[in-house]
Design a binder for this molecule. Sequence first.
Ligand SMILES: CC(C)(COP(=O)(O)OP(=O)(O)OC[C@H]1O[C@@H](n2cnc3c(N)ncnc32)[C@H](O)[C@@H]1OP(=O)(O)O)[C@@H](O)C(=O)NCCC(=O)NCCS
Length: 157
Amino acid sequence: MVSPFQIRPGRDEDRLPLALVFAAVAEERDGIASEPPVDVEARAARWNLDETLVAVAAGEVVGSIHIDASGFGFGEIGMAVAREWRGHGVGSALLAAAIDWARERGLHKLSLSVFAHNEAAIALYRKFGFVEEGRRVNHYRRASGELWDAIEMGLLL
Ligand SMILES: CC(C)(COP(=O)(O)OP(=O)(O)OC[C@H]1O[C@@H](n2cnc3c(N)ncnc32)[C@H](O)[C@@H]1OP(=O)(O)O)[C@@H](O)C(=O)NCCC(=O)NCCS
């Protein structure tokens, strides 16, 4: 049984919780580009709340998506859901809300980069109609020294 969650725009009091979820996901060294150490205070301070939607359950931030709207009509997204909340529809709800957010602002496209091994994220994006537009080979150097491929994906709105 999963408690209900809601999606809403980011608020000032979300800064620290957003940064803590981000730091925890970075600790996994798997889904997002950032790796430890994450300067949580600095990350909290510079979080762009105007372009962030948060998922909240029982008053706790359990995930977020940000849309970096360019001046050229496309928005670049990044997202993360707290590990214990994955597989319960939070990512889908965040992505659906981000698509609405982008359409309301007149963007014509959403785009993103995802590690080639990130099957859960790629499945999520495909579910919403994102298509693969290219592959950046050995693009990200990890702290381990490994070089990881990234898949570029896009959704025309
Ligand atoms: C990717 C991520 C945001 C998905 O969030 P989520 O809340 O688990 O997503 P949902 O529960 O809404 O699932 C969405 C879809 O993803 C797919 N999916 C979810 N978990 C999966 C898994 N372990 N393997 C394969 N597909 C999976 C399914 O298609 C699912 O749709 P369905 O439930 O209708 O079948 C989450 O796994 C996450 O935060 N990962 C770590 C950070 C990260 O990778 N961010 C993205 C960087 S590009």
